[in-house]
Design a protein around this ligand. Structure first.
Ligand code: MTE
Ligand code: MO
Length: 251
């Protein structure tokens, strides 16, 4: 039942009217395109939606793992709150899930680890020109959203992070198609070990069909919204706001 509601909200939220039809991928509503997409990304977005909402990013094998997966961006949030969680091993940390949901919820790290997990070996592509293959284990975001239940107006999932650049908090957002994609994870482990601080401890996003800057680290709160206009400077993410990176960073 909860699943059905969530699915209906996905379809309604994106204006998919003919999801089962051959052209479903291009059936997103014009107002949605105008609101958030530039010309180049509109092409990538349309292509991905045409290929299929659940088309998988390539997955690799253990032999392909990068011996050295570098870090990028912030590697240690400086907020007091984060420092305290780090010192206490995130024992009283909880992921908050709120916004346009039926039931606002909080998930401790143990609760997340007790949920059905998915592991995938994928390539991370940073817009700055480097890539690395890593193994990620976490909870599919779809499970979290299904547990909380989406309200009909839900269209985006916003990830609020613990770190900032010059006082501007890092955040990112995705649409509901990516949010319910089978490879979209809230990862708590990397290469079979707890997520290192530099890579986003305790929780980071993996949204495998998009570039590195979408892979939000240090997630503290997930907010479901109907618009991106009221978060940060309104472009859907820290780098989108600051230097105009595409909101839809399709690879
Ligand atoms: N919270 C947060 N998430 C972030 C960043 C950041 O600075 N802060 N940097 C982004 C960028 S540009 C990249 S390439 C990846 C880097 O992930 P890594 O440090 O695990 O390699 O994280 C992304 N997510
Ligand atoms: Mo990046």
């Amino acid at each position: 039942m909860a699943r059905l509601i969530a699915r209906r909200a996905v379809l309604a939220g994106l204006g998919f009217s003919a999801i089962a039809g051959g052209t479903a991928g291009l059936a997103f509503s014009p107002d949605f395109r105008e609101m958030v997409l530039g010309t180049g990304e509109r092409l990538a977005y349309g292509t991905h939606r045409l290929i299929g909402r659940n088309a998988l990013a390539p997955e690799f094998t253990e032999a392909d793992l990068s011996p050295d997966f570098r870090t990028n961006g912030n590697t240690m949030p400086r907020s007091e709150v984060y420092r305290r969680h780090l010192e206490s091993g995130f024992s009283d940390w909880a992921l908050r899930v709120d916004g346009l949901v039926n039931t606002p919820m909080a998930f401790t790290l143990d609760a997340l680890k007790a949920m059905p997990a998915r592991t995938q070996i994928t390539r991370h592509d940073c817009v700055e020109g480097w890539s690395a293959i890593g193994k990620w284990t976490g909870v599919p975001l779809a499970q979290i959203l299904t547990r909380a239940g989406l309200l009909p107006a839900a269209r985006f999932v916003v990830f609020h992070c613990a770190d900032d650049f010059g006082g501007m908090a890092y955040y990112e957002s995705i649409d509901l198609v990516d949010a319910f994609h089978p490879q979209t994870l809230l990862a708590y482990a990397m290469n079979d070990r707890p997520l290192p601080v530099g890579h986003g401890m305790p929780l980071r996003l993996r949204v495998e069909r998009q570039l590195g800057y979408k892979q939000a680290k240090y997630i503290m709160r997930i907010e479901v919204t109907s618009t991106l206009a009221r978060t940060g400077l309104g472009k859907g993410g820290y780098w989108e706001d600051q230097i105009g990176y595409d909101w839809y960073a399709g690879i």
